[in-house]
Design a binder for this molecule. Sequence first.
Ligand SMILES: *[C@@H]1O[C@H](CO)[C@@H](O)[C@H](O)[C@H]1NC(C)=O
Ligand SMILES: *[C@@H]1O[C@H](CO)[C@@H](O)[C@H](O)[C@H]1NC(C)=O
Length: 283
Amino acid sequence: MKTVQFVWLAVFGTVLALKVSNAKPSGTVIDLDAYFEEMEANSQERVVGGSDILEDEYVPYQVSMQYLTRKGQQRHFCGGSLISPNRVLTAAHCVNGQNASRISVVAGVRDLNDSTGYRSQVTSYEMNENYQELVTSDIAILKIEPPFELDGKRVDKIDVSGTELVGADQPVVLTGWGSVFHFGNGPFAKYPTRLQRLSYKTLSNDKCKRTMTQLTDTEICALERFGKGACNGDSGGPLVMQNGDSLKQVGVVSYGTAFCASNSPDVYTRVSMFDSWIQERMA
Ligand SMILES: *[C@@H]1O[C@H](CO)[C@@H](O)[C@H](O)[C@H]1NC(C)=O
Ligand SMILES: *[C@@H]1O[C@H](CO)[C@@H](O)[C@H](O)[C@H]1NC(C)=O
């Protein structure tokens, strides 16, 4: 049986695990400059065996959150989803303590180094007031400028409205490029440049709680079915389900044991629990 402490270490890797002892109630603030400088020594290989998004296919609501390093490079560090032309939904732990003016978002790309994407600057962000790291309400909204032009193909918004509770065994799809927070710089520090996709199913909260003992109603779990090799994690990124003819976002990647590990559920912020909080911040 895994303890929560073990989960923490497995999720965040060595760099972040060092910070466990001095984590404040407000959550860990990552020194992204130090992180990327350390990363530069390591290669950033593509994940082998992951499932790439196809050549002619886009995930139009998916955005890459990028950090402007001291050296002036834009580096991907979290995922997010476009919920209106000028609002991005992500995880609170992705922005906690960060300087908004060093964060931008890129839409309209499958490959992270595809320079034909669209970039917009984060002007401010708001984390949920009840956010507690690894416990609850790991959700945040970014305001961006200029707004993205939604073309319905490369760039589009995703529906996040509604309060309906998503139950167990619901087929869901996660997309992402992998992120700082899931892979740390440990053995899993391999980043795909091509957007990856993972299809799996939700798990009931009761079942999930057996492993993820701190789980609350504000969260939803999904369990990987494809074994090792997928490595498709991306903090802040969207978990979506089919809803009639369109897609609906049901989760925001919050924590887990990374997608390289097997048999442990991944924990998402349950979007439907934050319906009014999100709607109030759309205008
Ligand atoms: C935030 O980043 C900007 C741009 O790099 C910088 O000018 C500003 O001083 C930073 N603010 C804080 C509070 O660090
Ligand atoms: C992206 O970067 C990788 C590694 O730097 C390089 O091998 C690849 O050709 C680049 N792809 C594009 C589309 O620029």
